[in-house]
Design a protein around this ligand. Sequence first.
Ligand code: NAD
Length: 381
Amino acid sequence: MKIGTPKEVFEGENRVAMTPDSALQLQKLGYECAIESGAGSNAGFSDEAYEAAGVEVIKTAAQLWKSADIIAKVRQPNETELKRLTKDKTLISFFNPAGNEEGMELAKSKKANVIAMEMVPRISRAQKMDALSSMANIAGYRAVIEAGNNFGRFFTGQITAAGKVPPAKVLVVGAGVAGLAAIGTSTSLGAITYAFDVRPEVAEQVESMGAEFVYLDFEEEQQDGAATGGYASVSSPEFREAQLAKFRELAPEMDIVITTALIPNREAPELWTEDMVKSMKPGSVIVDLAAEKGGNCKLTVADEKIVTDNGVTIIGYTDFPSRMAAQSSTLYATNIRHMMADLTPEKDGKINHNMEDDVIRGATVTFEGDITFPPPPPKVQ
Ligand code: NAD
């Protein structure tokens, strides 16, 4: 069978779902590989590099979609793309199934099988296919780099002949995948880093990375944001008040705030209020990774950088992985390649779409003319 990767059509998307390296691995599974001409150029992979890796370069998207049995791409496909699906083709891509009923109906009507990369269950066995995590890791790193680029001072403290420079103070709100990457980047740049999460079990991880976990005056057993499957649930009003009170206390001291708080399938919790922004020093920077889901900061504008009247920069970009397209394409293509390995147990270049496999079942949103989303709860952890 042939795996093809088209050029991403979403405006400004620089990532690509197949790299020359991943293509070599896919060929070891017995597949032929094809790429649309120019698909990798914004991520630093030329047509020649693909050709050298044995990949067929196809001129147009229409030809690519027609000739491939399996399409691997990054962004949720648009209508034109979905209309190119036919019976027995498999699409592997981010798909946003919870908000994409029409897309699922269209894929179902075409009897195409769709694997939605954001639906890969967060279980140990599936980590190598977990594209949400690989992309969140990049976003967390890039959030700190972006903050540094907009912050007029050093991260690390210095004593120089020209004077003493205090270290920057960074607060990371939400210590999941993106948050931990942000904490690691911030501490490695030498900032004094604080982190908060509703899941107290992450405190140890935060501290092992050289950051300080922010505790609230709240009994631990009442700390009800505790997780299911590595995710948080909604906090009680009392807990939320205690959290906001702590943030109000910290806001005037912080130079950089990175917010990453997420509760699955909900709007982002609003945790950094207008009065907190107003109490921050001029020159401080907020990077709100939750911008796409409404933002953790009240004043965030998705996809924009704004500067408030009191001189606080608030960054709400929703495309951090695309801003590091070489790295994110490499990791995403690896996620896809591992997914293909699971789908090809015999390494014979043929898909074995095993709906008994928890990971494959969890990620499949349309199969043989049916919508199979949402999946049943995972059996294993
Ligand atoms: P995650 O689920 O691993 O982490 C989210 C963390 O937030 C969890 O640890 C959770 O306990 C915590 N949390 C929930 N409610 C909280 C609250 N009230 N206070 C403090 N912490 C709270 O998610 P992730 O994969 O790290 O993604 C984080 C965010 O980054 C998501 O909103 C995701 O969409 C976003 N993201 C943005 C970009 C971008 O380019 N802007 C790219 C990738 C991911």
